[in-house]
Design a protein around this ligand. Structure first.
Ligand code: PLP
Length: 300
């Protein structure tokens, strides 16, 4: 591991397991524990660090001086990349979907030295086809291309580390899905008798199953993606979702955001009521961070 990455990780807080207790869980005789990757670091929180760690190590080992990536205007991925790029002394550049605009997430990114280029939805879709680190046409020879959401095989290695930190026996582990990379990393790392469940943050998230399969080194049958808790689409919300999040946060003292973790936990509690989880089961839920994105909702 590159010494700068080791030095950075040494500053991180521990991602503990927090047990959630409430009447609903008691009634269903189910245990729920949250793996608190949100606590790792104020900016490199959640699955961001897990996914970026080995990718950045690869980029540094190749002697890259710049990392180029893509994302939406509130992207947690770009936000983390801009921060870590500045910390490591790497230049960063991003293709941002949509019209030129300004918001707290983009302002941070620019302040940390990331060069932003706004692109049309069509151009953005086209960028998605470039998957390999040197596959972006026209990219500088010293630059490293990182696809949307850090969705490459190397990301799985970092995600696997969160699994090795869990020192409890458990039956089910849940995580939110954007590209499905975090889910793939978890599937690869858990024992085959653990059930892994992803919750799609997107409408029409069925396609994610193929993307996850493509990332796995071998076929596994202990996982699934639940696609019914998207609330109308990516980053769409409702009063019901915010009310649920507020109730969960006040009971557990764990803050959520509405794009990923809020929808996942809403889904888990709804499935609990429907008898999806069996009495006696212990569920681990990955808090994948992303709390910086809440600023986008407060501002609206
Ligand atoms: C907070 C948060 N949770 C979950 C995800 C989904 O992760 P993945 O793209 O690996 O499915 C993302 C996006 O990367 C995210 O920002």
């Amino acid at each position: 591991m590159h010494p700068k990455l080791i030095a950075l990780e040494n500053q991180f807080a521990r991602s503990i397991l927090t047990k959630v207790s409430d009447l609903c869980l008691d009634r269903r005789q189910v245990e729920l524990w949250v793996k608190r990757d949100d606590l790792l670091h104020p900016i490199l929180s959640g699955n961001k660090w897990r996914k970026l760690k080995y990718i950045l190590n690869h980029a540094l080992s190749l002697g890259a001086t710049k990392v180029v990536s893509m994302g939406g205007a509130y992207s947690n991925h770009l936000h983390a990349l801009a921060y870590v790029g500045q910390w490591l002394g790497l230049q960063t550049e991003a293709f941002v979907r949509g019209e030129p605009q300004s918001n707290p997430t983009l302002n941070d990114m620019e302040q940390w030295g990331m060069r932003l280029q706004f692109v049309s939805r069509e151009d953005y879709r086209n960028l998605r086809q470039h998957k390999h680190w040197k596959s972006l046409p026209g990219i500088d020879t010293n630059a490293y291309w990182l696809p949307e959401g850090g969705s490459v095989e190397l990301a799985l290695q970092g995600v696997a580390e969160l699994i090795s930190e869990i020192d409890l026996q458990y039956d089910v582990i849940c995580c939110p899905c954007g590209t499905g990379t975090t889910l793939a990393g978890i599937i690869e790392a858990v024992r085959s008798d653990v059930r892994v469940i992803g919750f799609s943050a997107l409408k029409g998230g069925e396609f994610l199953k193929l993307d996850v399969e493509a990332l796995l080194t071998r076929s596994r049958d202990n996982w699934d993606i639940i696609t019914g808790y998207h609330f109308g689409g990516f980053a769409r919300t409702s009063t019901e979702l915010f009310e649920f999040m507020e109730c969960f946060s006040s009971q557990s003292s764990i803050q959520l955001e509405p794009v990923y973790t809020g929808k996942m936990l809403y889904g888990i509690y709804d499935l609990l009521e429907k008898g999806f989880f069996k009495p006696g089961q212990r569920i681990i839920v990955l808090h994948s961070g992303g709390l910086q994105g809440n600023r986008g909702f407060l501002a609206k």
